[in-house]
Design a protein around this ligand. Sequence first.
Ligand SMILES: [Zn+2]
Length: 90
Amino acid sequence: MVREKLPEIMMPERNPDCPKCNAKMEPGFLPDSTYGGIVAPTWVVGSPTKNWLGVVTMKGKTLYPVATYRCQKCGYLESYAAIQDTAPGN
Ligand SMILES: [Zn+2]
């Protein structure tokens, strides 16, 4: 049995400054709700492809776990899809 591997969220080396007001930004993420729970968000290269059942498949796609920073002053959100991982076949 092949267990589905979820990418780890990797934060950039240092917290970015807010592009709007230059205040400090704090790391976090925008969770994706799925059947049975919440997973870390991912950004996928290319357009979605569907299998013969019409279900979107991630097979062969390159995944980038997404980290989102929030400005502590103005609330601006900025997302980074920084570190690459590869989807398991399914
Ligand atoms: Zn700001």
